[in-house]
Ligand binder design. Structure first.
Ligand code: ATP
Length: 434
């Protein structure tokens, strides 16, 4: 497969099969905004669910939170975003296109070769007004990261959950950045979703926890089903480090358009809590009742993008295989995150097969996202499911009517086995559940 065409194929598959649509398409679309369709929304929910389980459910030391998108404007002064959440921007004097100065090579417009303006710092936060009066005092921001909602709630969560350091707070939610050059489908958008976790530790133990979280997060992508050879770490050099960070590593994936960041792991020191203490005038120290020490904790952050993870899953799973002279498109993703878990088909639309198949579908639906399909040749029905990564297809045929067994066809191997219909839930349990 030519590398440059894979993205085009993913975009058109996404549209055709209801994974991702362009936002406001009937109005010509709006740059960098995307809508998740019936299949995409399930995939997105499953990715978030797997993250939530790994980070919150299955651990004793991390609590969940869902903070508001709009926060007190002082939050963004304290965090440093008002002052320094900027990218350098240049405009082409000829074609009027706009670029991030740090993303272009040379001093001419990469599209038309025209002359560029001097670089200007451009703040990436979306601004709007709260209430009916549109003036400076009512200016608020859409959050550019979910992390600040966690910092300002640090003591609320710690006290209400009676956690002791080290512990973490996890959150999934939308974030907004007025990116200068969004693009590559859902890779860089202006509205996106983050899965962030802030882990509060005693100063001096931060480096050890940083290493642990690097390993834990890299392993998570393996469990998600991403091929390890497509993942790597990238360490931020001194000129790349954000204003708050002591150390930062990105987990990168080899996208069809090159190695790019998927998740950031940052040692944010006590920067954020100290600044919020300073700007709010409230004591944000933690008291350790074992050692009787009082301190501002250090924070190790793991910050992943939901949309970028979903794009990674699609890109990593996409295969074209030659089968008997035909091309089969298949999304070989981890069955546990597949949007549709099981498709149920009656082989033909007669002899009572649809009734039996509908009963099986209704039973499986209590647990899984199930798709029922009666139309077309069975081979074509299998292919349609391969395209959206459905791991199992159950077919009711004439033998079913005699012995109550069904054919279960597996997506990757295309192998077929017979399973008693009463045992299907049991058959799928380990294969489909987290
Ligand atoms: P980049 O260098 O790509 O702009 P960043 O270093 O600013 O990213 P972080 O602030 O570390 O990104 O954000 C954490 C994660 O949030 C990223 O790894 C990515 O998965 C996601 N993310 C950030 N910006 C966007 C965006 N514009 N669109 C989609 N996801 C994003």
């Amino acid at each position: 497969m030519a590398k440059k065409t894979i993205m085009d194929k993913l975009v058109s598959l996404s549209k055709r099969r209801g994974i991702v649509f362009q936002s406001s398409e009937i109005y010509g679309g709006i740059n960098s905004c995307w809508d998740y369709g019936p299949v995409g929304v399930e995939l997105k929910r499953n990715i978030k669910e797997f993250w939530w389980r790994s980070m919150v459910f299955w651990r004793n030391d991390i609590e969940g939170l869902d903070a508001s998108i709009i926060m007190h404007p002082k939050v963004w002064e304290a965090s440093g975003h008002v002052e320094s959440f900027t990218d350098p921007m240049v405009d082409c004097k000829q074609c009027k296109r706009r670029f991030r100065a740090d993303e272009i090579e040379g001093d001419r417009c990469p599209v038309c070769g025209g002359e560029l303006t001097e670089a200007r710092q451009f703040n990436l936060m979306f601004k709007t007004f709260m209430g009916p009066v549109e003036d400076e005092t009512n200016t608020i921001y859409l959050r550019p990261e979910t992390a600040q909602g966690i910092y300002v709630n640090f003591l609320n969560v710690q006290k209400s959950s009676r956690q002791k350091i080290p512990f973490g707070i996890a959150q999934i939610g939308k974030a907004f950045r007025n990116e200068i050059t969004p693009g590559n489908f859902i890779f860089r958008t202006r509205e996106f979703e983050q899965m962030e976790m802030q882990y509060f530790v005693k100063p001096g133990t931060d480096e050890e926890f940083f290493e642990k979280w690097k390993a834990t997060r890299m392993a998570w992508y393996g469990e998600l089903g991403i091929r390890p050879q497509k993942l790597r770490f990238h360490q931020h050099g001194p000129d790349e480090l954000a204003h708050y960070a002591k150390a930062a590593f990105d987990i990168e994936y080899e996208f069809p358009f090159g190695w790019k960041e998927l998740e950031g792991i940052h040692n944010r020191t006590d920067f954020d809590l100290s600044r919020h203490q300073q700007f709010s005038g409230k004591d944000l120290t933690y008291f350790d009742d074992q050692t009787h020490e009082r301190y501002i904790p250090y924070v190790i952050e793991t910050s992943a993008g939901v949309d970028r993870t979903l794009l990674t899953v699609l890109a990593d799973a996409y295969r074209e295989e030659e089968i008997k002279g035909e091309t089969r498109v298949v999304l070989k993703m981890n069955p546990k995150i597949s949007p549709v878990k099981v498709a149920v088909f009656p082989l033909v639309k007669k002899d009572g097969m649809p009734e039996v198949a509908l009963k099986i579908a209704a039973d499986l639906r209590k647990k899984y996202k199930v798709f029922y399909d009666v139309s077309g040749a069975i081979g074509r029905r299998y292919r349609r499911q391969d395209e959206i990564g459905t791991p199992f297809c159950v077919t009711v045929d004439s033998q079913t009517l005699q012995d109550q067994t069904v054919t279960v066809r597996e997506r990757d191997s295309m192998a077929q086995v017979r399973v008693a219909s009463a045992k299907l839930r049991e058959y799928f349990r380990d294969k489909l559940e987290f």
